[in-house]
Each structure stands twice: as structure tokens, then as C-alpha cells.
Design a binder for this molecule. Structure first.
Ligand code: CP
Ligand code: NVA
Length: 312
């Protein structure tokens, strides 16, 4: 059966089947190679996408705009809280208006419920460019990066050390779908939500993956082929920053922790990084760090997704 993603939303990486996940990564890889060989086809010329940012961004904003440019798709970028979903205009009215102009709606926001509400109203694809709970395009980019560096994802041992946040949720669900051995270490009280862990365990049972919410960073990282972390205070948690510095103090990914991982382990971080906090300079600047490959692959997976859901 041929996989088609035309018209599909992506609100969480867990929305995909294992076959769809592999298909998106394959298309992204093919398009990446074709671009490097000089393919400058613009299959979505004349079409448009709304990019709505209610939180700051560097990578997501630039990589989505460039992905659009490479497809001939026109991005309409709105930043801050004073354009879409403002002035008391309801999500329903906003969605109905946007649908008259654009072919897809991409949103970076706080609550996942705004995305699910817009997706329920919209007949065009809705894309999650990061919410408090999920970051699916970062997850796709990171899985593509792991595949490039380690080959097959099936059985790959992956450790995430840090906050049980949107990235931890995304790694749990994406890793489970890909059949990986996913280990998560957070301070007590900062674990990923129980319903996400349960969803990941259900996906893992089908895909032959393993899920471990571990007792500490050393247990998670031991022998792992991939070690990842993320900021200790996500966007929207700025007031907790000082308190979190204390809570997460023993969770820095440094040379001592990386020494517990496999000899050919890679280090990953979605960025922006807070050097000296969740990761030391020596690790993020080392030859095992693939953080800029991850950033580049945002562009390739988003271009692939836009071309697949818009039927390029
Ligand atoms: N990784 C990521 O989403 O970066 P931005 O917040 O800069 O978009
Ligand atoms: N967890 C971070 C990811 C940033 C890309 C945040 O939500 O701020």
C-alpha cells in the first residue's frame, strides 16, 4: 500500500505510524541529496502557508521560511501575540479566515489545546512548530540526524538527560515509533507526563522498542549511542529559571557523563543551548556533537512534510 500524507496535520510525532515516520525521513533524505546535486524544482509555486509564532524562534522561523522558498511556497510569518489569535478573535473565526488565504497553518504556541482546536476546525493541514507538550519537527530532524550518523534506528540506544519537557515527550514517542531503546533521566518531580509515557509504551510494544524512565543520568547514559539534553527552563518558564538551576545541577552533560556512553556516541541538543548548564562547552564543542546537523535537518524534514501534505 502506498503511503500518502496529503492533507495531514502534524501536532505530535506520535500521530504518525512507524511506516509514515520512515517515509517522511526517506523523502527528506532524498530531497536533501537532490538539493545538493542542484535540483531547484519549485513544485508548490503560487501556494502559501501561515507561520504563526507566539513564542520566540531562530531555527524554526528561518528553516520553515527557507523550506517554503525552496518549494516556491509563500510563507506569511506572524510573530508575537498581536496578530493571529489576538484581540479576542476566536480560534474558530481565525481559522476560517486563514483558510480563505493559505494552504496550511503552522503554529508555535503554549498550550497544545490551541493546536488541536485549530486542527479540528481547519480543512487544511495544521503543523505544530512547538508547543509546551510537543516539538514534532525537531523530533523528525533529530531522528534523521541519528539515522545519518548511526544507520538504522531500530534498537538504537538513546539517552535523554534533563527536563521532562516537550523534547523529552517527543523523543519518547518518536523513539518508540522508530523501535529504539529510549532512556530518560530527569530530577524527581520533572518526569514526562504519565499519559505520554503510557502512549510511548503502547507504541513501543508494537514496534519492539524499549522505554525506561531511569533512576539517574549514569543509568540512562551507560553504553548509549546517543546522548541528548535540552534547556532546563523552557519558554514560558522564565520565572522558574533560578530555582531550576538548583534542581537540575547534577544533570549537566559533561565529559564525565559522556565517558559512560558508547565510544561512538553522538551528543544532541535541539538548541538554543545554555552552555555550562545542561551541557558543558567541551561536550557541545567536541567532535561527537551533531547539534548543527540537527539544526540543518529541520529544513529538510519540514520541506519534506510540506511537499507531502500539500501534494507536491
Ligand atoms: N530548536 C528550535 O526549535 O529552535 P528555535 O526555538 O530557535 O526555533
Ligand atoms: N524545551 C525548549 C525547546 C526549545 C526549542 C522550549 O520549549 O523552550
Amino acid at each position: 500500500m502506498k503511503t500518502t500524507l496529503v492533507g495531514r496535520d502534524l501536532l505530535s510525532i506520535g500521530d504518525l505510524t512507524p511506516e509514515e515516520l520512515t517515509y517522511v525521513l526517506d523523502v527528506a533524505q532524498t530531497q536533501k541529496e537532490a538539493w545538493a546535486l542542484g535540483d531547484r524544482d519549485v513544485p508548490l509555486a503560487g501556494r502559501s502557508v501561515a507561520l504563526i509564532f507566539q513564542k520566540p524562534s531562530l531555527r524554526t522561523l528561518v528553516s520553515f521560511e527557507v523550506a517554503c522558498a525552496r518549494l516556491g511556497l509563500h510563507p506569511v510569518t506572524m510573530q508575537g501575540r498581536d496578530t493571529a489569535f489576538s484581540r479576542g478573535e476566536s480560534p474558530f473565526d481565525t481559522t476560517m479566515v486563514l483558510e480563505r488565504y493559505v494552504d496550511a497553518i503552522a503554529i508555535r504556541t503554549f498550550e497544545q489545546s490551541l493546536l488541536t482546536e485549530v486542527a479540528a476546525y481547519a480543512e487544511i493541514p495544521v503543523l505544530n512548530m512547538l508547543s509546551d507538550d510537543h516539538h514534532p519537527f525537531q523530533g523528525l530532524a533529530d531522528l534523521l540526524t541519528m539515522r545519518e550518523h548511526h544507520g538504522s534506528l531500530s534498537g538504537l540506544s538513546f539517552a535523554y538527560v534533563g527536563d521532562g519537557n516537550n523534547m523529552a515527550n517527543t523523543y519518547l514517542l518518536g523513539g518508540a515509533l522508530a523501535g529504539m531503546d529510549v532512556r530518560i533521566a530527569t530530577p524527581s518531580g520533572y518526569e514526562p507526563p504519565a499519559e505520554i509515557v503510557q502512549h510511548a509504551e503502547e507504541l513501543a510494544a508494537e514496534a519492539g522498542a524499549k522505554i525506561c524512565i531511569c533512576g539517574g543520568p549514569e543509568e540512562a547514559v551507560k553504553g548509549a549511542k546517543v546522548v541528548a539534553t535540552d534547556t532546563w527552563a523552557s519558554m514560558g518558564q522564565e520565572e522558574e529559571y533560578e530555582m531550576r538551576l538548583e534542581v537540575f545541577g547534577a544533570f549537566t552533560v559533561d565529559d564525565d557523563l559522556m565517558a559512560q556512553a558508547a565510544g561512538d556516541a553522538i551528543f544532541m541538543h535541539c538548541l538554543p543551548a545554555h552552555r555550562g548548564e545542561e551541557v558543558s562547552d567541551e561536550v557541545i564543542d567536541s567532535t561527537c556533537s551533531v547539534v548543527f546537523d540537527e539544526a540543518e535537518n529541520r529544513l529538510h524534514v519540514q520541506k519534506a512534510w510540506l511537499s507531502l501534505v500539500l501534494g507536491a
